[in-house]
Design a protein around this ligand. Structure first.
Ligand SMILES: *Cc1c(COP(=O)(O)O)cnc(C)c1O
Length: 187
């Protein structure tokens, strides 16, 4: 199975919504059943099990399909943005960029970096300095395991990335010229 989000900030958006894909018929049928309020297939309004309403409207689906037609262009732009950052930030001491594994092709939805511990400055101080240069960033996401209801084990790597990770400006309309990377990134 794989899950995709089409929430408004993503590469492909439908306002809200997403997609589950599977090559397993059983899982597909179970998911379709639960996503359709647990309804009986043929008897109208008969609910067999507590389900969910995960129906996407036709209008949303049309938006999504239109973007699917230009998905290669969207991914390609995101990969370009990543390559611009990589060109300037690769090898900069204290900065580790997100990396593509040899077995994967990343869409580089956001170019992310880690501010290594060797840089003796809080992440918030660092991003405030970027902000002074009109470079807007977002802290990386805290790991799900850091929330009380999911806490099960120590995840030091995820914790570290959650604390020291930064999402860099990665919007599709970003251009090489408004990235500022050349002037700022000196430690
Ligand atoms: C997109 C995203 C979500 C939310 O996805 P939904 O489709 O809104 O459920 C949660 N966490 C991260 C890190 C995301 O990128």
């Amino acid at each position: 199975m794989a899950a995709f989000s089409f929430q408004g900030a993503k590469l492909m958006v439908t306002g809200e919504g997403g997609m589950l894909v599977t090559d397993n018929d059983k899982i597909y049928e179970r998911a379709a059943f639960l996503g359709n309020q647990g309804r009986h297939e043929t008897i109208p309004f008969k609910i067999l099990e507590l389900g969910y309403k995960y129906k996407m409207s036709n209008i949303q689906a049309a938006l999504g399909l239109a973007q699917l037609e230009r998905i290669d262009e969207l991914v390609s732009k995101k990969r370009d943005i990543y390559s611009w950052y990589k060109k300037h930030l690769d090898g900069v001491k204290g900065v580790t960029l997100s990396a593509e594994m040899p077995w994967a092709k990343s869409i580089h939805w956001m170019t992310s970096m880690i501010l290594e511990d060797s840089v003796k400055i809080e992440r918030s101080e660092f991003t405030a300095k970027l902000k002074e240069k009109d470079i807007d960033t977002r802290p990386l996401f805290p790991p799900i395991s850091s929330f009380d209801m999911f806490k099960k084990a120590d995840n030091p790597n995820a914790d570290f990335i959650g604390k020291r990770g930064i999402n860099l400006p990665s919007a599709l309309n970003l251009t090489k010229d408004n990235m500022f990377v050349k002037t700022f990134w000196q430690f």
